[in-house]
Design a protein around this ligand. Structure first.
Ligand code: PA5
Length: 393
């Protein structure tokens, strides 16, 4: 369950214009890229994902996911909530494609030498340089130990329904493949096979994720309130939003949030610059600036109340964490760094689905309030085409 607190640590308030709100909701519904809202995944697709995930789990020690940006961040963020360098999934899941580091790739080659591997390459466009390059490298490596026929069982492609190199390859080689729907862009693609397949391979409960997601899509009023408050803060020269968490396993989720808001709003010279901190660690570094530095920041705190706890003497560790969060919000508010607080009772798949849908809606509403297109990323496209002029693969 999620709770939103838009008032306790906030001296800024919004008057919602109901006609503008209705117009914006209609714009969302009518947008051709609003599949994340209008066309939520159906049962048949969920069943296929779960069936293939089970086969993968029985067929490998290591599952390699190759993707970047919106084709990477959400499943990676959720993986990091439930698994760590101490607690690993079975099969182990390794991500590639987010950099061009030979050092890391060589480490992976060495690591998988004696292990059975299945690869899932994920790219909606099928043309992203990092993905095509690293995918080719992995394929060459796997060809050293698997016959073409065996390899065919070990490559899974997730891409557009009919466009791009990857779709061509999937059709030609007969690889198992999944579709990222045309009306869903990368950062809005949590409830597509791009993320659901890796999560299902980790044996995480994607049905609960979907249940929470649908709940989040119904929280239109709260999402619109949050978006409107963000814009009000921006008008009051709060140009940076710090997403602050007190649970380290949410760190990569704040990376996903940064991408969601940054790529959706940050265009035409507009937008709030998203950053993130993990507390209590960062109270001892960036906390000073956030509270008393250049006064251009506000915070959105994502708090986990937690039912599982550690008792230290008579103290509850969760309670101390909560009290520190409260104390920090009060101290920051005193220095005119206001906070919005989103609380969830636990880190579980339902709450994550709920929060993610809520944040997607908020990002869309904020973008419309800034009068920018939430669904494109013209800057990213420009740099991609500049790369293509320089590197041919
Ligand atoms: O959100 C987005 O649209 C981007 O971050 C893309 O997901 C990213 O650039 C990767 O694109 P693709 O899936 O086409 O390889």
């Amino acid at each position: 369950m999620l709770k939103f607190d838009f008032t306790t640590y906030m001296n800024y308030h919004v008057n919602i214009d109901s006609i503008q709100k209705q117009t914006i909701i209609e714009s969302l519904k009518n947008n051709e890229m609003a599949g994340f809202f209008n066309n939520v995944i159906n049962e048949e697709s969920m069943t296929k994902i779960k069936t293939v995930a089970k086969q993968i789990r029985n067929n490998c020690d290591v599952f390699i996911v190759i993707g970047i940006g919106g084709s990477f961040m959400a499943s990676y963020a959720i993986k990091n909530m439930f698994f760590s360098h101490i607690k690993k999934s079975t099969p182990e899941v390794i991500y590639l494609g987010t950099d061009l580091s030979s050092k890391y790739l060589l480490e992976v080659f060495d690591y998988i030498k004696d292990k059975d591997v299945v690869v899932n390459v994920i790219s909606k466009s099928g043309t992203t340089l990092e993905i095509n390059l690293i995918y080719n490298a992995i394929k060459e490596e796997l060809q050293k130990k698997y016959s073409q026929e065996e390899l065919r069982k070990r490559i899974i492609i997730t891409t557009d329904i009919d466009k791009g190199k990857l779709r061509e390859e999937a059709n030609k080689e007969g690889y198992t493949s999944f579709v990222i729907p045309t009306d869903i862009g990368g950062r809005y693609s949590l409830m597509t096979p791009a993320h659901l397949l890796p999560l299902a391979v980790m044996n995480l409960d994607i049905d609960s994720l979907l249940e929470g997601y649908k709940l989040g899509l119904s929280q239109i009023d709260d999402a619109y309130h949050y978006a409107s408050l963000r814009i009000e803060l921006f008008k009051n020269k709060k140009y940076i939003e710090n997403f602050s968490v007190y649970e380290p396993s949410l760190y990569y989720y704040t990376e996903w949030i940064k991408q969601l808001f940054g790529e959706s709003e940050g265009k035409d010279g507009k937008g709030i610059f998203p950053v993130s901190t993990v507390n209590t660690r960062d109270l001892h570094s960036l906390g000073q600036f956030i509270q008393q530095g250049n006064n251009i920041l506000f915070e959105t705190v994502i708090e986990v109340l937690n039912t599982k706890d550690v008792k230290i003497g008579k103290q509850s560790l969760n309670n101390v964490n909560h009290l520190v969060r409260e104390a920090v919000c009060v101290a920051h508010a005193k220095d005119n760094t206001p906070s919005i607080v989103i609380s969830m009772d636990n880190i579980d798949m339902k709450n994550i689905g709920n929060l993610s849908a809520f944040l997607m809606l908020s990002a869309v509403f904020s973008s419309y309030l800034f009068e920018v297109n939430p669904f494109n990323q013209p800057g990213v496209e420009t740099y991609k085409s500049e790369i293509k002029k320089r590197v041919q693969i």
